[in-house]
Design a protein around this ligand. Sequence first.
Ligand code: 5RP
Length: 221
Amino acid sequence: MAILSAQDQKKRAVAEAALAHLPKGGILGVGTGSTVNFLIDLLPSLQLEAAVASSKATEDRLKAIGIEVIDLNHVGSLDAYVDGADEIDRHLHMVKGGGAALTREKIVASVAREFICIVDESKWVTQLGRAFPIPVEVIPMARSSVARKIVALGGDPAYREGVVTDNGNVILDVFNLNILNPIEMETLINNIPGVVTNGIFAQRGANLALIASDQGVRTVK
Ligand code: 5RP
């Protein structure tokens, strides 16, 4: 059995703790990333009817363990969506998209009654966007025009070389934004022509966060 790093042990612990908060049976929205991957391995115990995946990578993992994956267009609403985050604050606003799946994550989360965020303590921050840049998914032809508008907002955009999203777009990672009002900044960036969406999840934040530390898993809502 592989030896897990201290951070991976926390990711596994928070995935285990999430099971008690997820509905049994039914259809679950499933996020993307290494923390969620620990959870996916445990999902058979929930005896789900099916899942809606937030990325091709998650879809492949779910299918590999025999969980049916259905198209979001065939689902009216979801009881719950579970996902990790790159940053989360005390208002349960998040930064997401380190894995470039932000757009599908935001779409699937938007139809869920409850967003459960599972993180290790390294993701808990007092202000979003300081330690982790804000990912922005951009239509390829608008890469430079969007970058200029982001500079005008005070950010430093960096093209994520070699990454194409599941939707065929590119990612700009925006450093040094002073995000005092995450809902406002999410809206401002989304309003730039050519932006598909950005990785600030504040208009629709999490309802519940499970945060793993050396002391155990704590709950914030
Ligand atoms: C992917 C995401 C992930 O949820 C985020 O990057 C956290 O990933 P990890 O659990 O691997 O730290 O937003 O687009």
